[in-house]
Design a protein around this ligand. Structure first.
Ligand code: AMP
Length: 188
């Protein structure tokens, strides 16, 4: 399964140079989403890792266990996190760019590979102590994921793990996420 998904991602993820700004090599996952078999394989691979009892000693942190909520980070994270939440029997929680959520929020600001940003979550998105999985398309510098962890902690919930389709290893995102259980389907 792991090798097959990595092959699919290698074949289908499209590199777009100089988007959204000069010098950035953008990893476009829309061809993966548009391919029914690849989309299903990717969602299944994300889900398999986090079913109770799953655990890959090759990943940092080991067994993850039961998940109460799955976070999707705007916007591509929504597309992946929602089906993962459905399959895990967990709730879905959106983390959105500043000003997009209607109710009272917590906020966290961070630097991106291109620019800076603030993300928010509803203050009542998690119950204290809930176990939360974060899903996004790309782990780049790790700033977004670190902000997501900050928001989970502001809510009194706990991080169970972080899952990504792609990890851009040259940007060393893991260094911003010490101690986190990180699962990536393809490292490039
Ligand atoms: P970072 O906070 O640097 O880890 O960036 C992660 C977020 O920015 C994710 O939500 C990605 O969707 C997006 N992102 C950053 N760099 C890239 C890239 N080279 N290609 C595609 N998406 C990216």
């Amino acid at each position: 399964m792991g090798a097959d998904v990595a092959k699919l991602l290698t074949a289908l993820v499209r590199d777009v140079p100089d988007y959204p700004s000069p010098g950035i090599l953008f990893k476009d996952i829309t061809p993966v989403l548009a391919d029914p078999g690849a989309f299903a394989a990717v969602v299944d691979a994300l889900v398999d890792k986090h079913h109770a009892g799953a655990g890959d000693p090759a990943d940092s942190g080991g067994n993850v266990g039961n998940i109460d909520k799955v976070v999707g980070i705007e916007a591509r994270g929504f597309i992946l996190a929602a089906p993962v939440a459905y399959h895990l029997g967990a709730g879905f929680v959106p983390m959105r760019k500043k000003g997009k959520l209607p109710y009272a929020t917590f906020q966290s600001s961070y630097d991106l590979e291109y620019g800076s940003a603030t993300i928010e979550v509803h203050r009542d998105a998690f119950q204290p102590g809930e176990r939360v999985l974060v899903v996004d398309d790309v782990l780049a510098t790790g700033g977004t994921a670190a902000a997501a962890i900050d928001l989970i902690e502001q809510c009194g919930a706990q991080l169970a793990g972080l899952s990504f389709l792609l990890e851009l290893t040259a940007l060393s995102g893991r260094q911003k996420l010490p101690g986190a259980d990180i699962h990536t389907l393809l490292r490039v």
